[in-house]
Design a protein around this ligand. Sequence first.
Ligand code: GLV
Ligand code: MN
Ligand code: MN
Length: 398
Amino acid sequence: MIPVNADRFLADLHHLRSIGAAGVGKGVVRPAYTEADIEARKWLAEQMRAAGLTPHFDPVGNLFGLTEGPSLLMGSHSDSQPEGGWLDGALGVIAALEVARASREAGGPPISVVSFEDEEGRFGVTTGSAIWSGNLALDKADTLSDHGGLTFAEARTAFADLAGDFVDPSRFTGFVEMHIEQGPTLDTSGEQIGVVTDIVGIRDMRITMEGQQNHAGTTPIHLRKDAFQALSAFSTAINDRFRNVVTPSTVWTIGHVSLHPNASSIVPGKVTFSMQWRDGEIDRLGRMEQIIRDTAEEIAKARGMTLSYGPMLGLDPVKMDETLRAALSKGAETVAPGNWRNMPSGALHDATNVSKLMPVAMLFVPSINGISHDFAEDTAEVDLVAGLKVLAHAAAQQ
Ligand code: GLV
Ligand code: MN
Ligand code: MN
């Protein structure tokens, strides 16, 4: 067992939270490439150096803390959603830092640390690790833009002065990511640890429907080409049409809507919205895509509107590595005997991309009330420390 220091781990976690602290409770606003994100990464790089690791930024802002020679890699991401909690990603990075640091101090196995950039998808879907793993080509990523129109190529110049090359993944023997569950399963069951079996797949694209902007008082309803009404009809129709295709664990979300010109007295002429769907089976993701495209075309045609799609982004479902999973299960049984479970991940993680390069595994700790991607996201400190210890157990077995 690597003798991790729980107080030092919690102090670092709270320090990271202070960079971009916002909203009520323990809220954080630290989206990728914002000032807070860059400040947090520079602070993390200092902590890595102080721990005896060599900090290294790659061309997209992924930050590694490297040991010399081959090592296990551990970590997650330190960017947040536009409104996020203090643990999503940050927990996995700080836990990895503590395990790596404690292992060095105790003469344990070599462990490198990573904080991937833009896991939260300001520009893509888990953008930084997708590029590192080869799941997303850098030249394609450079053309992606955020909802404000800033391109990825422009955003990543924030790291131009610090960046070296991409890190050669062959120096790592495997990757382990600790994360909050971000759902209700462990909180409801009262179990302390989840050992992840597999991670669902995701598809994500923007859809634009364009009709005719007009006066909200004088334009008869039957003559309107109203973009909001088209979106509303589309949402209702897919909810109905998905019924024969989905399972209780399939999810879909229209999370970002940009309505033009967004004024009370103007019939909106244009809408661009995000359409995201997730499931554990590639075939089902494909059938849902067909329904989405057919429905959007039907609705646009019936209303005399034009339709266009942004780039289709996505990641396929992946299974965790059996050997690393067994190491985490052994750690879980030691730290929380009889009080842990195997479970799938409905959230997406950098581990999906990294699984293309090396064996990967993940562990979860409970999210209070199952809330995440919200300022209210939290986990009991006793559970955070239990997760840290499971991670340390798994690392010690390498
Ligand atoms: C990652 O934050 C996700 O959206 O699952
Ligand atoms: Mn995350
Ligand atoms: Mn997240």
